[in-house]
Design a binder for this molecule. Sequence first.
Ligand SMILES: NC(=O)c1ccc[n+]([C@@H]2O[C@H](COP(=O)([O-])OP(=O)(O)OC[C@H]3O[C@@H](n4cnc5c(N)ncnc54)[C@H](O)[C@@H]3O)[C@@H](O)[C@H]2O)c1
Length: 250
Amino acid sequence: MVSILISGILGHMGKNVAELVATDPDTVCVAGVDLHAANSCNVPVYTSFSDVTEHVDVVIDFSSAANLDNLLAFAEKTGCGVVLATTGYSEAQLLQIEQASKKIPLFKTANLSVGINLLQKLVRQAAAFLGESFDVEIIERHHNLKKDAPSGTAFMLAESVNQAFDGEKQFVYGRQGLIGARDKSEIGIHAVRGGTIVGEHEVMFAGEDEILTLSHSARSKKVFAAGAVKAAKFLCGKPAGKYDMQDVLA
Ligand SMILES: NC(=O)c1ccc[n+]([C@@H]2O[C@H](COP(=O)([O-])OP(=O)(O)OC[C@H]3O[C@@H](n4cnc5c(N)ncnc54)[C@H](O)[C@@H]3O)[C@@H](O)[C@H]2O)c1
């Protein structure tokens, strides 16, 4: 049985994870951490990791980048694993995450869906096959409450495309004004926000007289919750290191 603490338990994703953990015979939620205390959950909800007394195997984090220091300090102190699902980290924080993974088992991905992880491979293959003669543009669409833009997944897909070009492409975010002809070195990334869109990613390869589009659409947040729980089970008992969805699916 994997003992899970949900960080951000009162948020949209936190609630989805709590529901799923409750129905999974191999997992149990022992506590939650959030900005506010609450008794609407069946487990204690703390406002600080320092108040947690329960034994935790893995923390599933869907909170905010601001929570990183406390979360990593707790994991390093207790030796538990961390499924880091939150997005929007700064460069300095990404370095901090890298350092932490030398001490604790740490799973990180900007997207927990199986489909997106396959899409990552497909766009890399397509970019390698189509080469310089096709322009690559990435369009992501999310709900109007999403805080960071472009999405972590859009970055992940752009990085995958760029691997086919030995990392030489430049990311260009949106376009405005008299920008002139498109430069061959660009990968355009565009963020659309509106309504309750769960998460859509489209990678367009535009060539002369033909367009190839590879896309993924998440229809419910449950897909991310399922990936998080799968990752937590995978991580439990693993040695320190950095893991991602490709490791889990392998
Ligand atoms: N990796 C993925 O597949 C994936 C999928 C969906 C969402 N996300 C990311 O997960 C995060 C949460 O998404 P959401 O839609 O549930 O957001 P949300 O705003 O609904 O929930 C976030 C929760 O975290 C809490 N929180 C915020 N800052 C905190 C802090 N410093 N300490 C403790 N708790 C804090 C909030 O009170 C809230 O309850 C976002 O970064 C989002 O981009 C990742």
